[in-house]
Design a protein around this ligand. Structure first.
Ligand code: HEM
Length: 274
């Protein structure tokens, strides 16, 4: 129970911080910058931070923890996989549009492309994210891959998902810093004008959101219980499954990654899904 409350507090805090980040990035481009448009100018550039914060950061963060929401444990694993894949795909589409905006802006202003560390890490993250989605759908959503392959790839899928998300947070912080240095001229960034302070706060919130999502996603005791466990609970008392998520949370042992992969494999062989 205590564990469950702890989970809920962190989850609500994470969602609130993510939501406020979205509001702040909109306020930044609408009040401090030129607003939003699609004309190759600064208004088109502004879609870049807005879409990455909404999609690549906020939606991706939700997609990462979506299996852990106890009230979704009564949904089938297939449904949860579709929600996970759907949110990630939407985040990828928004990230792709945000890149079109920034490349368009650079080309229209005759600025060089892909010179900064921000752009290198950012583009690498988008490419890896696309591969992660294609592999994830191919291995876990299409009913063609063998159980041993699903089990063997699961630790890699989890690790690379968290790695990409971390790179995205780092990229956003680099991008924010760059943008403030480029655009604040008089007063300069180093003079801490109101926009600089406002956007620094946005950066801190993005980092906090990333930290909370990574923490929630790496607590073994907050994982979705195995399909076997959920079926057992449902078979004995269907009410228990939806009404006592905390019981299921504390019920589950913290298996080592390799043992867990084997268990997932067995679960799949017996009709469940990873
Ligand atoms: C987190 C996800 C992000 C990714 C994947 C990403 C990716 C990229 C890429 C690939 C470029 C190169 C475009 C070109 O060379 O024409 C770029 C440019 C840029 N981005 Fe981002 N970006 C992200 C977030 C942000 C954020 C939040 C800001 C804040 C305003 C930002 C600011 C910039 C700026 C100022 C440039 C132009 C200078 C440069 O090329 O480094 N980016 N971004």
């Amino acid at each position: 129970m205590e564990n469950y409350k702890h989970f809920l507090v962190l989850l609500i805090f994470a969602f609130a911080v993510g939501f406020v980040s979205v509001v702040l990035v909109l306020r930044w481009v609408l009040s401090f910058r030129e607003g939003l448009g699609w004309d190759g100018g600064p208004t088109e550039f502004n879609w870049h931070p807005v879409l990455v914060v909404i999609g690549f950061i906020f939606l991706q963060g939700i997609a990462i923890v979506v299996y852990r929401l106890p009230w979704t444990w009564k949904c089938s694993k297939l449904m949860m996989k579709m929600i996970h894949a759907g949110l990630n795909t939407l985040a990828l589409v928004l990230a792709a549009v945000s890149l079109v905006a920034v490349f368009d802006f650079h080309n229209a202003a005759d600025l060089p492309n892909m010179y900064s560390l921000h752009s290198w890490v950012g583009l690498a993250a988008v490419i890896l994210y696309s591969l992660q989605i294609v592999l994830g759908v191919g291995v876990y959503l299409l009913p063609i891959s063998p159980a041993y392959l699903r089990a063997a790839l699961m630790p890699i899928h989890v690790y690379s998902g968290l790695f990409i998300f971390t790179c995205v947070i780092a990229t956003a912080l680099m991008g924010i810093t760059e943008k403030l240095i480029f655009s604040l001229k008089d007063p300069k960034y180093k003079d801490s004008p109101p926009e600089a302070v406002f956007v620094n706060v946005l950066g801190v919130l993005i980092a906090v959101f990333g930290g909370l999502i990574l923490w929630i996603a790496t607590r073994p005791s907050w994982r979705r219980p195995s399909e076997e466990h959920l079926r057992r609970v449902q078979g004995r008392d269907p009410e228990l499954e939806s009404s006592k998520p905390a019981a299921a949370m504390s019920d589950r042992p913290d298996p080592e990654a390799s043992k867990d992969a084997r268990r997932r494999g067995k679960t799949e062989e017996s009709g469940g899904a990873a």
